[in-house]
Design a protein around this ligand. Structure first.
Ligand SMILES: NC(=O)c1ccc[n+]([C@@H]2O[C@H](COP(=O)([O-])OP(=O)(O)OC[C@H]3O[C@@H](n4cnc5c(N)ncnc54)[C@H](O)[C@@H]3O)[C@@H](O)[C@H]2O)c1
Length: 345
């Protein structure tokens, strides 16, 4: 298959591209190369046969139309997005431009292209979204495909808007759209503003490990390679017009995650000054911080035959080892993550 991936230079997009290339598919990556696109990731992808980068904005109708016309993909996996909640609090407009307008532009270009296809039934557009669109859970229960939308951050609201557009383009125009909503991802090549790589790199440098509020916010964690495998299965077996939820099957408190990062690092690279848990500091909570997310991924298991394969302890150990072995990847990045973002409310 030839797959147009948007946002393929980012954290999840690069895992998706590597997964598809490994399975013998061709990948055309439309990516604007924002701060979240690490040149080292692009260098790695660029060596792989069957891969091609189109540096362009998903919100630019001409660039997106040209990507369809010149490359004639059989499927699209749409991941391009502004993705960091704290940045969306300080400056929401880029989230509207890329996540909302960009999705609308992509859907319109896909519709025009799909209308001209001879074999319209085979085409799929997979819109990749997050469980954050459903808002916060109480102490019990899990999100499923029938959960109501209740986004609480500008990021989550922009993704919710994009989900609604994707759904409407199927219902109104018949475009074969599939929607996925996934829990928190972790793994290699994640920009170090996100919780797990931020904690790994801060702990490695002996810097404080800031925990928002009491740290008892619960999150469901999925290894990025499991997510990539699920998305690859969805472009083959997902039913148009359907939504599928993906998650790791457990929910873990942020504080527990950070302690686990400290312990994993202590094991593989001990710090002469003592256990790294000593670096944990509680700081002001994120405004609008959701308390709990948990995902019921039963539909993915029953209908698609997908289940997560990497347990959290195993995935975390592998992630810590990846950051230790790949300083070339994160070393050249300036350290904007050292500053606290997301207090602008
Ligand atoms: N990270 C998670 O835990 C998670 C969980 C569920 C869903 N998602 C969704 O998965 C997708 C990918 O997330 P990620 O964590 O890999 O994000 P990321 O920030 O690591 O990567 C985003 C990529 O999109 C590109 N991009 C940004 N704006 C663009 C534009 N206007 N045009 C073209 N490319 C643009 C960036 O250059 C970057 O390569 C997003 O849609 C996100 O909402 C993420």
């Amino acid at each position: 298959m030839k797959v147009l991936v948007t946002g393929g230079s980012g954290f999840i997009g690069s895992a998706v591209a590597l997964h598809l290339l490994g399975a013998g598919h061709e990948v055309v990556n439309l990516d604007r190369q924002t701060y979240a696109a690490n040149p080292a990731t692009e260098a790695e992808l660029g060596k792989r046969p069957g891969y091609r980068l189109l540096a362009g904005d998903v919100a630019d109708p001409a660039a997106v139309a040209a990507a369809f016309a010149q490359h004639r993909p059989e499927a699209v996996i749409h991941l391009a997005a502004e993705s960091h909640v704290d940045r969306s609090i300080d400056g929401p407009m880029p989230f509207i431009a890329t996540n909302v307008n960009g999705t609308a532009v992509l859907l319109e270009a896909a519709r025009a292209y799909w209308n001209g296809l001879r074999d319209r039934d085979r085409f799929r557009l997979l819109h990749v979204s997050t469980d954050e669109v459903f808002g916060s859970l109480g102490a019990g229960g899990r999100f499923d495909e029938a959960s109501p939308y209740r986004p609480n951050s500008p990021y989550a609201a922009s993704k919710a808007a994009a989900d609604h557009l994707a759904r409407a383009w199927h219902a109104t125009y018949g475009l074969p759209v599939v929607i996925s909503n996934c829990s928190n991802n972790y793994g290699p090549r994640q920009f170090p503003e996100k919780l797990i790589p931020l904690m790994i790199l801060n702990a490695l440098a002996g810097r404080p490990l800031p925990i928002y509020g009491d740290g008892l916010q619960m999150r469901d964690w999925l290894h990025v390679e499991d997510h990539a495998a699920g998305l690859a299965a969805l472009i083959e077996r997902g039913r148009p017009g359907e939504t599928y939820l993906l998650g790791g099957g457990g929910d873990i408190a942020n504080l527990t995650v950070v302690r686990a990062v400290c312990d994993a690092l202590d094991e593989v690279r001990p710090d002469g000054l003592g256990a790294r848990r000593r670096l944990i500091r509680h700081v002001a909570d994120r405004p609008g911080h959701d308390r709990r997310y948990a995902v019921d991924a039963g539909k993915m298991a029953v209908e698609i035959g997908w289940r997560p394969g990497v347990s959290f302890p195993e995935g975390l150990r592998r992630t810590v080892e990846w950051y230790l072995a790949n300083e070339d990847w994160w070393g050249p990045l300036r350290a904007p993550w050292a500053e606290r973002l997301g207090l602008a409310s």
